[in-house]
Design a protein. Structure first.
Length: 118
């Protein structure tokens, strides 16, 4: 089992930044790739970024590449999503997920709301 708890969402203006955190726990979480997804109102959930607990490989969607950065702190069992130059279209509930590969999910966090005003 894997438990995931997100934090860090909020309301910001366009152009500002936010950092989301995802704290992972459970006996097997290091076996998984950590992915961030988001779901805007009326839209399907979409992949945002992913990272492994080892190595340097990351993956990003085209819509956030160059603006968002995913990172991890192995000592804290936490994955971060640094979001810069936020746009109103980034408004969504952001979910942390643990999956077998990038863009996959087996476990979900509860989600955290990010709202970007214009």
């Amino acid at each position: 089992q894997v438990q995931l708890v997100e934090s860090g969402g909020g309301l910001v203006q366009a152009g500002e930044s936010l950092r989301l955190s995802c704290a992972a726990s459970g006996p097997t979480f290091r076996n998984y790739v950590m992915n961030w997804f988001r779901q805007a109102p009326g839209k399907e959930r979409e992949f945002v970024a992913g990272i492994r607990w080892t190595g340097v490989t990351t993956s990003y969607s085209d819509s956030v590449k160059g603006r968002f950065t995913i990172s991890r702190d192995n000592a804290k069992n936490t994955v971060y999503l640094q979001m810069n130059s936020l746009k109103p279209e980034d408004t969504a509930v952001y979910y942390c997920a643990a999956g077998s590969i990038f863009r996959s999910y087996a476990y979900w966090g509860q989600g955290t709301q990010v709202t970007v005003s214009s």
